[in-house]
Design a protein around this ligand. Structure first.
Ligand code: TXA
Ligand code: MG
Length: 337
């Protein structure tokens, strides 16, 4: 299949929407990461998304809507708290898991009775949803297991020959995927995947925000995941990633004893002045780290890095999202120095 690169012109967005209406898959920009979009109600199209990514069939897709008020068309019940959160965070990087109705096929929900609903804020994504008139199912547009794409060229790299088109809407603003939450009661939510809508931000609207155990811990054999995505290896470049927790002095001394000629380090911007070995930087604060992380992991593969020591980010605020992606990229291998 030929994969066409489209621009963000209205004419090209109309083309992208037509492809989606016809059951094709299109790579689409969002404010978090790029998605692989198809009509969420078209089972054959959704099956093709799973095939293009090589994604396990039990890992559900998020359904993207132009406006949160459309959620009633795809769900059985929308709690009051969901409306309150939507008022604050939609459009934006928040996905709410709600009980689905029959308009969402089981292939889309990975066999679950729930569906993740998200209203993206990226104007290109928003326009494509409007023009297509479809609820758009879209997982991140990477090959399953590989770091998510934050630019059209990342999507072209993973998906050329597998999907109809990619729309270039520039670099993704946030750089990590949306915060996924389950609404457990009118005053309690559970974060299933951390993102740029943080625990602190959610706490303004409810009494209790639980960080699901699977966010920072490897699942035990037989343990079920509240979010199926958490049980799979994720975000991993080809390079072996090892996360090092501790101060810069300890990090430098660790690297000095572990083959610095043949390894790379992924460090903070502020470390660069004194760090003496081969390295790349990934920003100076949590938001910058979120924005840069996946692009840097992909870049490390491109330069042929085989082993990479990463300075562990903070777990506060948006940092929790960065830490969650890195600990998975590292296969939960963390060394404390
Ligand atoms: O920012 C994002 O969310 C991006 C953009 C494209 O919107 N999408 C994205 O989709 O990251 P994906 O499929 O790569 O990740 C969705 C995550 C998976 O871990 C999945 O298991 C979880 O959300 N998820 C989706 N629907 C769910 C549901 N009904 N119940 C529990 N977890 C769900
Ligand atoms: Mg993904």
């Amino acid at each position: 299949m030929e994969t066409v690169l489209l621009s963000d012109s209205e004419a090209d967005l109309i083309k992208a929407a037509e492809l989606i209406k016809n059951g094709d898959i299109v790579g689409i920009p969002t404010e978090t990461v790029y998605g692989l979009g198809a009509d969420a109600s078209n089972e054959a199209a959704v099956r093709n998304i799973f095939a293009a990514k090589g994604r396990p069939a039990d890992n559900p897709l998020i359904v993207h809507l132009a406006d949160f008020s459309d959620a009633v068309n795809y769900t059985k019940a929308v709690p009051e708290l969901a409306y309150k959160l939507a008022e604050q965070f939609c459009p934006g990087p928040l996905t709410m898991v709600l009980p689905k109705n029959d308009s969402i096929p089981m292939v889309t929900s990975g066999g679950l009775e729930t569906v993740g609903i998200r209203v993206p804020s990226h104007p290109v994504m928003h326009r494509i949803i409007q023009l297509s008139g479809c609820p758009i199912a879209a997982p991140s547009a990477n090959t399953s297991g590989y770091p998510s794409p934050t630019s059209a060229s990342h999507v072209m790299k993973d998906m050329t020959g597998k999907i109809a088109a990619v729309v270039d809407g520039g670099e993704s603003e946030f750089g990590v995927e949306s915060t996924v939450i389950a609404i457990e009661t009118e005053s309690r939510v559970r974060i299933l995947r951390p993102g740029c809508v943080t625990r602190e931000m959610l706490l303004e609207f409810c009494n209790e925000v639980i960080i699901d155990h699977a966010i920072l811990n490897e699942l035990e054999a037989g343990e079920t995941a509240a979010s199926p995505g958490m049980k799979y290896k994720h975000y991993s470049p080809k390079a072996d990633i090892i996360m090092i927790e501790g101060e810069l002095d300890g990090f430098i001394s660790f690297v000095s004893k572990h083959d610095p000629e043949n390894t790379y380090s992924l460090i903070f911007d502020g470390d660069e002045a004194v760090f003496p070995y081969r390295h790349m930087t990934y920003g100076g604060n949590s938001s910058e780290q979120a924005h840069l992380l996946f692009a840097k992991l992909r870049e490390l593969d491109e330069i042929g890095a085989e082993k990479v020591f990463v300075r562990a980010p903070s777990k506060d605020g948006v940092g929790l999202a960065v830490y969650n992606r890195l600990i998975r990229a590292a296969g939960f291998e963390v060394i404390r120095v």
